[in-house]
Design a protein around this ligand. Structure first.
Ligand code: NAD
Length: 297
């Protein structure tokens, strides 16, 4: 592979709800994607894409590439792929190659990953996303980035193909910290809306009207604006973001707040409720099912 080819070729591991549309936007922007997911059924989704090369393993996907994007469930999986695979990707990637972890990973792990990769002359930035499946499809994600400025600059053309707002928030791990804290704020807001709608319904008030009033008042938030009518009151519960992943993000945020010795009582209460819901709801439930859980409680 010559250098102009390798510049336009990216390895992408984790082609789930978010990763698949993100990879498609990279191809729309002119990149060739060497993609891998452990779920082999995903290969068929890309059978119509000329610029997509399905790779049977992560090790094959990173061959000859200078940039690797990870869109995996969590840090445990990211670490397994980078350090504990047979063989580990960190060793397989060429010196100077850049790992871009776009998963919602743990900030402390990410800082360690950046340090460990630097010691073997590979770069690392964290670039998690916010916006959900719709914005992943539209290429309008919000991306928060942590890492050395030169590495962030190198990744910008790729990130701009997937996101509308890219903000460099600090050193490695800072992007993942902001992402986890954002999802804590989002999950706390969703929980408050579910409790409020449920109480209003019990008093005989139409929840559609309640949400309409919230949206014209100070109670407005992302849930009232984008989720209540689209995914919750209609019983669809299909936003594309699982309850298990939201619980994982809350665990990350709560652990992080403890690690930096910041007050986290409200965060702990909030996490407790999401954990209790995750224990009883069907595996794979969407996070918006929280409304049904609160109604039935
Ligand atoms: P997903 O479960 O749909 O996708 C994850 C993919 O990773 C799956 O296809 C799975 O098969 C694959 N995978 C798991 N282990 C693997 C391994 N060892 N090797 C290769 N592939 C492996 O999840 P998602 O909703 O796409 O979320 C991905 C990340 O993005 C998560 O960290 C999530 O918290 C975050 N996120 C999701 C949303 C959303 O709305 N869904 C929004 C923002 C951020």
């Amino acid at each position: 592979m010559n250098s102009s080819q390798s510049k336009a070729t990216v390895a992408f591991i984790g082609l789930g709800q978010m990763g698949a549309p993100m990879a498609r936007n990279l191809m729309r922007a002119g990149y060739t994607v060497r993609g891998h997911d452990r779920d082999v059924r995903i290969a068929a989704q890309f059978s119509d894409c000329q610029d997509f090369i399905w790779c049977d393993s992560a090790a094959i996907a990173v061959q000859g590439v200078e940039r690797l994007i990870l869109m995996l469930p969590d840090s445990r999986v990211v670490d397994a792929v980078l350090w504990h695979g047979e063989p580990a990707l960190s060793a397989l990637m060429a010196p100077g190659a850049l790992v871009i972890d776009m998963s919602s990973s743990d900030p402390i792990h990410s800082r360690e990953n950046a340090q460990k990769l630097k010691m073997i002359s590979r770069g690392f930035i964290d670039a998690p996303v916010s916006g959900g499946v719709k914005k992943a499809e539209a290429g309008t994600l919000t991306i928060m980035i942590g890492g050395d400025a030169d590495l962030v600059e190198r990744a910008q053309p790729l990130l701009q193909a997937m996101g509308k707002t890219t903000t460099h928030v600090g050193d490695a791990g800072a992007g993942h910290a902001v992402k986890a804290l954002n999802n804590y704020v989002s999950a706390a807001g969703l929980l408050a809306v579910c409790e409020a709608l449920s109480a209003a319904e019990k008093f005989g008030i139409d929840p559609h009207l309640v949400n309409q009033v919230f949206n014209a008042s100070t109670g407005k938030n992302n849930t009232t604006e984008n989720k209540v009518e689209a995914f919750m009151l209609n019983g669809a519960f299909n936003s594309g973001f699982s309850l298990a992943l939201m619980k994982k993000d809350l665990e990350t945020a709560n652990r992080f707040m403890g690690q930096v010795k910041s007050m986290r009582e409200f965060s702990s209460q909030c996490l407790g409720i999401w954990k209790a819901a995750d224990d009883v709801l069907d595996k794979g439930s969407d996070h918006t099912v929280m409304l049904r859980y609160i109604r039935d409680a």
